[in-house]
Design a protein around this ligand. Structure first.
Ligand code: PMP
Length: 805
């Protein structure tokens, strides 16, 4: 304790002077209660700072608390408490709190005169049975674990929720324990602050003062309980903690919800080894009942510190100035001091790191860290993940996304023209809501009956040709293609698979050989056969070749023959409907029909890989293959299906799915789990509800027109390819020789990043700028993309323009 001379604060003195419990003779009270309430029984004195309290036990265990208020207690404040209790009882009868007992005449309150004839308000409440949390913790020596804290947070949030619709306003006088009372800034309180925290005040108080005067007053306010601490909460440990009831509504005020939460956090975090984690748990629990905003969370640490400092300061003051002795409070002081020291060392954002506001904030509220952490983070990454491929010459540290925008650690915004996974837009609040709701309800595998997966299956099936009536859910596109190959092999009795050169279909042991961009074609196993991609710009048969569709499709027949001759035979033809790895191709109109026919003729199954093009990206159809009027035997889908959540599927005919189940069975622990199904359903809701396929069509039409405009001005553009919101801008050294301008493409990609637009450079020769944004891509987004591309193309250095791959 500080050894300063005793220093008094007149405001505190006045406030404390107002807090004094009356001391009326029991006989008098007993008679009055019998008279006005008709209650008699056994009386026991209870403690109380501002009221004289008794427990009155009557027969069969029923018990009441009789409360006599000090004459100085404002009537409005007593009425406010009484009405609040009645409100809680009516809106949330399951919440255990004292219930008001009315007088025989039906009055909410009565009164009693002391010997001097001074009137005191008399109230009777039901006695809430149970064990006080503080006693329980002392007795068992137990600390609070995460589950306990979430349960406590829930109870506190539930109380806030119950009070939300209460119209009372409470007393106008400010109570000392209210962090807004100003007492925290009293020099007399500082003078008595315990030694370990006194040196922190200089740093902490200005921050707290700023929060209290500039930020707290802007937050949502209502009547709040404002006193959720270990001595007011009744619990059962059996073996996990459940809250049985809450007592003592004397500190209720009209105040910010964040302040209510802060009191709960400040009162409970010291019962754990890690107060920051404890705060996190309490917040999560609180949010189950009471939504919290970004602004509530953003100042929580300051509010909690304010409350802890006020608590420690006032108790130290009272001990020093008034000789107050309270062993329980003294024991708590030490714990509070420890919590303050820990919190002082944590930043405001770190205090709530990991908790999300209930209402997802708009993108304006992007977290900006003053120093980008990229170089150090890259080193740490390489130390644990090795030197794996990353985008861009200088890796980009993205910290946040919204719609088509993503933001880096330094706060710079980028238009995302690359990520089709975030199909309905990054962090779509509707999808997030579905995800968090389902995750907090149940997440388990598809071997239990649940409506979400059934609904998802029904909805997907309704978008597909009628014969594709059965869905099997998996987690990734690779798994979907792997299973599709297994099906094709099982049904056809053959082993071989035909894919286009330079294709990509995934990463499992089975489908890696079908991903020719990952290895040298010379090394392909004997069961893989390739066909040339139907590229009319630089392929085997160009725009000018008659019957190019048939010519390309004839290669499928040739591949089938080669596989038959070699032995494996042809089990399946797998086609990515946009030929992504070949730079977004639109084949000759009859190609797909003819290629499918060629495969079916030899008893092979056709697998439409919709991992890239599915879910409305073409703008014209839900599935990429539909534009060609073909009927695949199997459709695989993934990437955009969960907007970033790993969920994928195989759709096929019933007999194919059943054959697999019969022969080997198929189970995927995470495939189609309850949360994935809810997320995928939410993505469909948004896709349909926001007409994103229609948006893709509109934005794509405009974008294609503008890109052709750029082509007029930029000789380096050789070709615009693709469809819908999956476009490739092919750069060439010369339009006649079509030399692939790979280095220029890389340069453009990097330059566009600097200009705040994310694209990739791709294709077999690395010379194609790929534009594949989320489907919420607006015309304004398209304009920003075109502007950046225009500028980057104008600036390509001369030596790179002529350097071919
Ligand atoms: N098929 C295609 C056409 C793909 O583009 C990809 C991924 N890029 C996959 C399959 C594999 O999907 P995943 O990465 O989810 O395994």
């Amino acid at each position: 304790m500080n050894t300063q001379p005793m220093m008094k604060d007149p405001t505190i003195e006045a406030m404390l002077a107002g807090i004094k419990a009356p001391n009326l003779p029991l006989e008098m009270i007993r008679a009055r209660v019998a008279e006005v309430y008709g209650l008699t029984g056994e009386w026991k004195q209870l403690g109380g700072e501002r009221e004289q309290n008794f427990r009155l036990t009557i027969g069969e265990g029923a018990a009441f608390v009789v409360k006599i208020a000090a004459p100085t207690e404002p009537m409005e404040s007593l009425r406010f408490q009484t009405e609040a209790l009645e409100h809680i009882a009516s809106v949330d009868p399951g919440l255990v709190a004292p219930r008001l007992r009315r007088t025989l005449a039906g009055e909410a309150m009565s009164h009693i005169f002391d010997k001097e004839g001074v009137s005191h308000v008399l109230r009777v409440l039901t006695f809430v049975k149970g064990t006080i949390l503080f006693d329980q913790l002392q007795e068992t020596g137990r600390s609070l674990n995460a589950e306990d804290l979430i349960a406590l947070g829930r109870a506190s949030g539930r109380l806030a929720r119950a009070l939300q619709g209460f119209a009372g306003r409470g007393a106008s006088s400010v109570m000392p324990w209210d962090i807004r009372s100003g007492l925290l800034f009293s020099p007399a309180v500082h003078a008595h602050m315990p030694t370990p925290i006194a040196p922190l005040l200089e740093d902490l108080l200005p921050q707290i003062s700023d929060v209290l005067s500039n930020r707290l007053p802007k937050l949502r306010a209502q009547v709040i309980y404002h006193d959720f601490h270990e001595s007011n909460v009744l619990v059962k440990l059996d073996p996990s903690l459940s809250v049985e009831g809450v007592i003592d509504f004397g500190d209720m005020i009209f105040g910010p919800v964040a302040q209510d939460l802060a009191v709960s956090v400040a009162s409970l975090i010291h019962w754990t080894p890690d107060p920051v984690f404890a705060a996190n748990c309490l917040v999560r629990g609180y949010q189950r009942f009471m939504p919290l905003e970004q602004d509530d969370l953003a100042i929580l640490r300051s509010l909690v510190l304010a409350r802890l400092l006020l608590q420690v300061g006032l108790v130290s003051y009272q001990t020093a100035v008034h000789g107050r002795q309270d062993d329980d409070l003294e024991a708590l002081q030490a714990l509070y001091i420890r919590a303050i020291l820990k919190l002082a060392a944590v930043s405001e954002p770190d205090f709530v790191r990991g908790v999300m506001p209930s209402v997802v904030p708009t993108s304006e509220a992007v977290a900006v860290s003053p120093t980008a952490s990229a170089p150090a983070l890259l080193e740490r990454r390489q130390a644990v993940l090795g030197r794996t491929y990353m985008f861009y010459n200088e890796p980009l540290e993205l910290v946040r996304g919204r719609g088509c925008m993503v933001y880096d650690a330094a706060g710079k915004d980028y238009l995302d023209c690359y990520n089709n996974v975030a199909n309905v837009g990054h962090c779509h609040p509707y999808v997030l809501d579905a995800l968090t709701r389902q995750a907090s309800m149940l997440n388990t595998n598809s071997r239990y009956l649940h409506p979400e997966i059934v609904r998802l299956g029904e909805r997907l099936s309704a978008t597909l040709p009628a014969h594709l009536d059965t869905l099997i859910f998996v987690c990734t596109g690779s798994e979907a293609n792997d299973l599709a190959v297994r099906m094709a092999r099982m049904i056809s009795g053959n082993e071989g698979v035909v894919v286009t050169e330079n294709s990509y279909h995934g990463n499992t042991t089975t489908v890696t050989p079908l991903s020719l961009i990952d290895y040298d074609i010379k090394d392909k196993p004997s069961w893989v056969e390739t066909v040339p991609p139907p590229n009319l710009y630089r392929g085997l048969y160009g725009q000018d070749v008659n019957d190019a569709g048939r010519k390309y499709a004839d290669h499928v027949t040739a591949a089938a023959e080669a596989l038959a001759a070699r032995g494996p035979g042809m089990a399946g033809l797998m086609i990515d409907s946009i030929f992504d790895a070949n730079g977004a191709l639109v084949p000759p109109p009859d190609y797909m029909q003819l290629a499918y026919e060629a495969a079916k003729k030899v008893g092979a199954l056709v697998i439409a890989d919709e991992v890239q093009m599915g879910f409305g990206r073409s703008g014209t159809h839900m599935w990429g293959f539909e534009a060609f009027g073909v009927q695949p035997d199997i459709v695989t889908m993934g990437k955009p299906m969960g907007n970033g959540h790993p969920v994928a599927a195989v759709a096929t005919r019933r007999e194919i799915a059943e054959a697999v189940q019969k022969q080997t069975g198929y189970f995927n622990t995470f495939g189609g789990n309850t949360v994935s199904a809810a997320v995928a359903n939410a993505c469909l809701d948004v896709l349909i509800g926001e007409d994103l396929q229609g948006n893709a069509a509109r934005s794509s039409a405009w974008l294609i027109k503008e890109l052709h405009g750029l082509m007029q001005r930029h000789e380096i553009i050789g070709q615009i390819q693709g469809r819908g919101l999956f476009l490739g801008v092919e750069l060439v050294t010369d339009r006649t020789t079509k030399g692939p301008a790979k280095y220029a493409a890389r340069w453009v990609r990097e330059r566009m990043k600097v200009l705040g637009v994310l694209v990739s450079s791709t294709g077999p020769h690395g010379n194609i700028i790929k534009i594949r944004p989320p489907l919420v891509f607006s015309l304004a987004d398209a304009a920003r993309c075109v502007d950046a591309l225009d500028r980057a193309l104008s600036e390509v250095p001369a030596d790179l323009r002529s350097a071919a791959a």
